[in-house]
Design a protein around this ligand. Structure first.
Ligand code: PEP
Length: 247
């Protein structure tokens, strides 16, 4: 089954209105590569303004609360993000699993809350360096997938992002063999959990220090359907070559 490449920037806690020019420039690059679905998951404060500037690129959010509303100071619901202009949302990023102590059950609930509002979801998984060094990366990530995968997972609203924690923002990446092994393992586990058809259609992204130099080699791997990109997504000069590598 052919899967459209998906390349998503995660701006994390970066970006003020001055950076809307970068959003516009990235949207222009995206228009040059229609074979690739391109998006930017931005700080919530920029979503509405960015949605007007992004052209063919979609604008997404970096998290949503699992509840529709209520006494959750500082949190944003999926409906709020959708109303602001987001069409996709990241859930389960390792920085939130660590900093906000989000469990895999929380992540699955957030994914379902987003789906209920019609948002597409990018669900993140990944092991620590200790787990990798202990030779436990594959079983750890597959277990995290089993615990985080929402009920009714389907390729038309959910993508998976494998992001080894030790590769995020460090400039280190796994070997191509390690990425291939993990992505193949994730697809096999998806088949077991959600059925062969869902597994064949679902996009599995790689994330962790993707940049202009390494993107083409990573994206050429059979079970890699694009990337979730942090630092190299902040400007069109850096993100453009990554998008082009997926094209
Ligand atoms: C991320 O945080 O999702 C990420 C992949 O970051 P970076 O590309 O900077 O490693």
């Amino acid at each position: 089954m052919s899967r459209r490449m998906l390349v998503v920037g995660n701006w994390k806690m970066n970006g003020l209105r001055a950076q809307l020019a970068d959003v516009e420039a990235i949207g222009a690059v995206a228009a040059e590569h229609p074979a690739v679905e391109v998006g930017l998951c931005l700080p919530a404060t920029l979503i509405t303004a960015a949605a007007d500037k992004a052209g063919v690129a979609f604008i997404g959010a970096q998290d949503c609360h699992q509840k529709a509303n209520g006494a959750h100071t500082g949190c944003l619901s999926a409906a709020m993000l959708k109303e602001a202009g987001a069409t996709q949302v990241i859930v389960g990023h390792s920085e939130r699993r660590t900093d906000q102590h989000e469990s895999s059950a929380d992540v699955a609930a957030k994914a379902l809350a987003a789906k209920a509002e019609g948002l597409q979801v990018i669900l993140c998984l990944g092991e620590s360096l200790e787990t990798r060094d202990a030779g436990e990366a594959l079983p750890f990530v597959l277990n995290q997938l089993a615990e985080s995968l929402p009920q009714g997972a389907a390729a038309d609203w959910l993508s998976i992002a494998y992001e080894p924690i030790w590769a995020i923002g460090t400039g280190r990446i796994p070997t191509m063999e390690q990425i291939a092994e993990m992505h193949g393992g994730i697809r096999g586990k998806l088949a077991e959990l959600a059925g062969a058809e869902v597994a064949a259609g679902m996009r599995v992204l790689y994330g962790g220090s993707v940049n202009a130099e390494n993107a083409a080699e990573i994206f050429a791997l059979e079970d890699v359907d694009g990337g979730l990109v942090g630092g190299a997504s902040l400007t069109a000069a850096k993100f453009g070559p990554v998008i082009a590598a997926a094209s």
